[in-house]
Design a protein. Sequence first.
Length: 117
Amino acid sequence: MFRKSVAAAVALFLCVGSLFAGEHQGRVKSVDTTKGTITITVGRRPDTKEMTFTIPKDAKFTTTNKDLAEKLTTEGLKNEIFTKTGRQAPRVTIVTEGEKETVKEIKVSTGRRRPQQ
């Protein structure tokens, strides 16, 4: 009986926690470093929409490129990769948390694919 109630509590915790977390994938449309915001285009044409997020100072930047990861950690939104637009704009995944969708992490894709083995 105790095991079932613990398992139910854990399942409830995981379900409720996932309701308040989200991931938004898209291309960077614009970055305002003075306001600390990033606007991304989500979806495919003709059903695209723009989403704007305020990036807090403690947001984590990640990427698979080690050199870029070090620069993103120190420079954040001021990095030159965020100045590219159009098809050259980086793809990002913005991980949010909570009802107000506070940004916790920005995953940057450099567009380079791994060679097939």
